[in-house]
Design a protein around this ligand. Structure first.
Ligand code: ADP
Ligand code: MG
Length: 562
């Protein structure tokens, strides 16, 4: 006997609901996307008890006529596509025609709509049409969803507390509002207004409404692209950051998406400007020819597939890093200055170049600024900081972080340019290692060749090194070598040589021992001069700032002169 049943429409809707609308946030997402597709300029979202009791989305969009108001609840009923080819050029948020029937199959749904002529209300309870009647309503559509999942206990059990569900909707509406500054959004939770944007079209204003004034002030506008992609929006200066990825807002053709890969590309753009456990804030819309995007890979459309992904990642990473570098005021001017310096055939030792600055008297100190490439050295502070200035700013340089940055770039340059100066050791370096290391000595030596280090077996559990790079003088060589051997042995990912070189530089500055010592004035000046030659002088390799600056304007403000 035949065992296969063709499922009825109600059952298929309920199954679809499992994918499309997992929780109140999913329902709100589908309804808001419908409002966006209906060209709404204002969207209001109301939640009661996290949406578990009631949620309602109201818009001022094009609305529906009497017929469509009921037709919209049929499975696969959509006004957005009509033939196969449409699937490859989707410009709307929705297209599957699944949301309304799915939502209505697991809740009491009331839709009220007006297209300028007809005004209609349709009520559906757990998949059954209860009522469809004329009902006075302003232009637009309102969908009210009550008793969500009451008849699907498995799903109900899966829901979190009202508070958690509210927070998810809260995050979603923030993202939606950031993605659509041209739409005025309002979110009310238990009748309290939680989010409000004005729909003026200014993204910076929305950023201010959502993330606050300080963040909005630190926004860096970006606009870049290539033949296939155009990226527009704001990235927030790395000085303001967060401990989760939540604030990395990515849109593709106006659609909110979740993409670990795009997030990573953005985080990589911030690399070196931020501590590794911190994440940036940004709002970026990526415009792509609709034919290069497949939005039909995920029922709730959080994920999409993009052709030429690699190209997009490097576009993002490179341009974000560039925008940050250019925005680090007052570095624009300074970086330019360095570039000019580098054109000179011979390096000028500027430490010795005393520039006739006005002498400044502080207590009984006389501080005579001495010019280095960028900074005029003033004095040392607490044995840990160097005070320096240029024409616009006072700089407080963290000696330790600055040394780390210099070491890192210098070692990296040496490794990359294969110009590692070596020095033979009178007393060779003996390093304790595991027998397993001795076993793999040849392979490890291959990896160490980029810093010209060669280890020979010395005993069953130690190796000997007779010649080392000059930069070893500045580091704890034993700690460095042990870390490096561990790193090579435990590298399951089989890093490429390029990555290895970066790691070596990073490990070297980690094991620097000579950092905490007091620097003489001359040593401080030398450090400032080395820092001036760094490509990225503002952060140590671990992301900590190397210096803070106080501008003349800030001083005037502090002293109440403006
Ligand atoms: P989809 O959005 O994938 O087309 P839905 O089930 O979400 O499917 O909606 C079905 C149809 O109902 C839409 O194609 C649209 O024509 C209509 N519709 C839904 N919501 C609205 C709205 N807020 N304003 C106007 N029309 C709407
Ligand atoms: Mg839809």
């Amino acid at each position: 006997m035949s065992k296969i049943n063709v499922l009825d429409e109600h059952l298929t809707n309920m199954i679809a609901a499992g994918e499309v609308v997992e929780r109140p946030m999913g329902v709100v997402k589908e309804l808001v996307e419908n409002s966006i597709d209906a060209q709404a300029t204002k969207i209001e979202v109301r939640l009661t008890n996290g949406g578990l009791d009631c949620l309602q989305v109201t818009d001022d969009g094009i609305g529906m006529d009497r017929q469509d108001a009921t037709k919209a609840f049929n499975r696969h009923a959509t006004s957005k596509i009509s033939e196969v080819n449409d699937l490859w050029r989707i410009k709307t948020m929705g297209f599957r025609g699944e949301a309304l029937p799915s939502i209505a199959s697991v809740s009491k749904t009331t839709l009220t709509t007006c297209d300028g002529n007809d005004s209609t209300q349709v009520r559906i309870e757990y998949g059954k049409l209860v009522e469809a009647k004329p009902m006075a309503f302003a232009q637009g559509t309102s969908v009210k969803v009550e008793g969500l999942f009451y008849k699907t206990p498995a799903r109900l059990k899966h829901l979190k507390s009202a508070n958690t569900e509210t927070n998810m909707v809260f995050d979603l509406i923030q993202k939606m509002a950031l993605g659509h500054p041209e739409i005025a959004f309002e979110l009310y939770c238990d009748d309290r207004l939680k989010i409000q944007t004005n729909g003026s079209g200014s993204l910076q204003e929305v950023i201010m409404n959502i993330y606050g004034l300080e963040t909005a002030k630190k926004c860096i506008p970006v606009s870049f692209g290539d033949f296939d992609f155009q990226v527009d929006g704001y990235i927030v200066s790395p000085s303001i950051n967060r401990s989760t990825r939540q604030y990395i807002n990515c849109y593709v053709n106006g659609r909110v998406i979740r993409s670990l890969a795009l997030q990573k590309a953005i985080i990589d753009g911030y690399h070196g400007f931020m501590m590794p456990d911190k994440f940036p804030i940004c709002v970026l819309n990526i415009s792509i020819d609709n034919q290069l995007v497949d939005v039909n890979v995920h029922p709730s459309k959080w994920e999409i597939r993009i052709s030429k992904e690699r190209q997009l990642y490097s576009l993002l990473t490179e341009n974000i890093a560039k925008a940050i570098r250019q925005s680090l005021t007052p570095s624009d001017m300074i970086v330019e200055h360095i570039k000019e310096e580098k054109k000179e055939p011979e390096r000028v030792i500027l430490n010795e170049e005393k520039v006739s600055y006005q002498q400044q008297e502080i207590a009984d100190f006389i501080i005579e600024p001495t010019h280095t490439e960028r900074f005029s050295y003033l004095t040392q502070l607490h044995g840990r900081y160097i005070l320096a200035c240029d024409e616009e700013n006072l700089y407080i340089v963290d000696q330790h972080a600055a040394q780390e940055r210099c070491m890192y770039e210098e070692i990296q340059n040496d490794i990359l340019n294969k110009s590692i100066d070596m020095q033979p050791l009178l007393v060779p370096l003996i390093i304790d290692v595991t027998p397993a290391t001795i076993n793999r000595l040849e392979e490890i030596n291959e990896q160490l060749a980029c810093i010209n280090v060669e280890m020979e077996p010395f005993s069953a559990s130690s190796v000997i090194i007779r010649e080392v790079p000059v930069f070893f003088e500045q580091i704890d060589e034993t700690e460095f070598m042990q870390d490096l051997i561990d790193e090579i042995i435990n590298d399951k990912k089989m890093s490429t040589l390029e990555i290895r070189k970066e790691k070596i530089a990073s490990l070297a500055c980690h094991s620097s021992v000579k950092f905490n010592k007091y620097l003489s004035a001359d040593e401080s000046k030398k450090l400032l001069s080395r820092l001036s030659n760094c490509n990225q002088p503002f952060n140590c390799p671990h992301g900590r700032p190397t210096m803070i600056s106080i501008s003349e304007k800030q001083l005037e403000k502090e002293f109440k002169r403006v």
